[in-house]
Design a protein around this ligand. Structure first.
Ligand code: BGC
Length: 431
């Protein structure tokens, strides 16, 4: 055995509805794609056709031995027009959850993952004061349909990535570049999370579930920020400031209700604890010499140029456990890499799980991003993150070497010498 998996660590994958389902034209990303703004000209209207093929995909997950699955609902299917809910879409998600459960896979449901229905986008989305009530009504309706079956929830995926890309850098719809818009979105999303946290617990308890049977948090995109030159005061300041603006303030606000600039306190937000686990989405490190994302010279990189830095996840997990309480488990709600040919993903999985298994850190779940290759937002279909390959033309799924390694790790509770020789030995990073 090369290493044994940490005891109690559950393994699975994560996806998001818009990135895999296909078929929905009623969301802001489908419109953005139709306007020709996705780099490779593809659209989430194709994606993996998962909406129709969810049984096939879940069967494959079960065959691979995956234990947990983080997935999302497509808001624009569930509420195609403001206040009008689609019974058909809700029944579809219920069927999907029932199918997962019948295969022994534990679901974690994401209620918002970047995408907005067009009607919501056009009224100002998360910048608009009404967004909180609108989102809570959605959560309430979804809980009425799925609340008895699903015990684990992510209210919002990566509010910081959503708000910075959509409203500050202007590279995602609606392509705004406004600090004011960013502040409004941060503040409203914080209120939405905090109130949804309480609402989900209330709904579950009305169904006779105990508090411990329900786990709610958000998926927090965290990076390690470091100065390019540790002796340079400006670089140090830039790293600290970037960290604070991108993740420090929003993390604190969402988890505890303590709102500091750039997050403003909205109605109904009180100081408290709004998490049952610490959810971390981790991908990379930022090397700073200004307020922009730099990549460390000479580092191993993935196919999108992001540094591969596995220690970062452990460092962040330690930091959050220290700050927010070691009594809470850490769930790695996303971690993975863009490797279009699956040449280094096996090593990536090996290195990351080895580090997780060797530390004392209370990481109890690991959701690899992602199950299949899927629609990678602005990059479209050309950036591949899956442990299962997708041929988008024929919709054929093929388990990659990384997927076979992952299955073998689950089955053997670690990496055997044989699995290492088969999948990891010849798998190498590139610069
Ligand atoms: C997002 C995913 C995305 C992944 C890879 C995360 O920030 O939650 O939707 O596909 O990163 O870029």
């Amino acid at each position: 055995m090369k290493f044994k998996l940490k005891e109690n660590l559950l393994l699975g994958t994560a996806t998001a509805a818009t990135q895999i389902e296909g078929g929905d034209e009623n969301n802001n990303w489908a419109r953005f794609a139709a306007e020709g703004k996705v780099d490779d000209g593809t659209t989430p209207v194709r994606a993996n056709d998962h909406y129709n093929r969810f049984r096939e995909d879940i069967d494959l997950m079960a065959d691979m031995g995956l234990e947990i699955y983080r997935f999302g609902i497509e808001w624009s299917r569930v509420e195609p027009r403001r206040g009008e809910y689609s019974e058909e879409a809700l029944a579809h998600y219920r069927e999907e959850v029932e199918y997962m459960l019948s295969k022994g896979i534990k679901p974690m449901l994401t209620l918002h993952h970047f995408t907005n229905p067009i009607w919501f986008e056009d009224m100002g989305a998360w910048e608009c004061a009404e967004s909180v009530e609108i989102y809570l009504a959605l959560v309430s309706r979804v809980m009425d349909t799925l609340g008895d079956l699903v015990s684990d929830y992510i209210t919002i995926n990566e509010p910081n990535v959503y708000a910075t890309n959509s409203l500050f850098y202007g590279i995602w719809p609606p392509e705004k570049k406004s600090m004011g818009a960013l502040i409004k979105a941060f503040s409203n999303m914080t209120a939405a999370h905090i109130r949804a946290y309480s609402l989900i617990h209330e709904k579950r308890s009305a169904l006779g579930k105990s508090r411990e049977e329900t786990l709610v948090s958000f998926a927090n995109h965290l990076r390690v920020f470091e100065p390019k030159n540790p002796k340079n005061l400006w670089h140090k300041f830039a790293a600290r400031l970037s960290e604070y603006l991108f993740q420090g303030a929003i993390t604190k606000a969402m988890m505890t209700g303590k709102c500091l600039f750039p997050v403003l306190r909205r109605k109904g937000v009180k100081v408290g604890k709004y998490y049952d686990f610490i959810g971390i989405n981790y991908y990379s490190r930022s090397t700073c010499e200004g307020i922009s994302d730099g990549v460390r010279e000479g580092s191993d990189r993935n196919d999108l140029g992001w540094e591969i830095y596995h220690e970062g996840l452990i460092r962040l997990s330690e930091k959050l456990s220290e700050k927010y309480g070691r009594e809470y488990p850490v769930f790695v709600t996303e971690n993975g890499t863009c490797d279009n040919t699956d040449s280094f993903r096996p090593r990536f999985i090996y290195d990351q799980l080895k580090l997780i298994s060797e530390t004392d850190n209370r990481i109890e779940r690991y959701y690899h991003w992602s199950f299949t290759d899927n629609f990678e937002w602005r990059e479209g279909e050309r950036a591949r993150f899956g442990i299962v390959h997708c041929d988008y033309e024929t919709q054929t799924r093929t388990v990659k070497s990384s997927g076979k390694l992952y299955s073998s790790i689950i089955a053997n509770r670690g990496v055997t010498d044989e699995a290492y020789a088969l999948y990891v030995e010849n798998s190498e990073y590139h610069k």
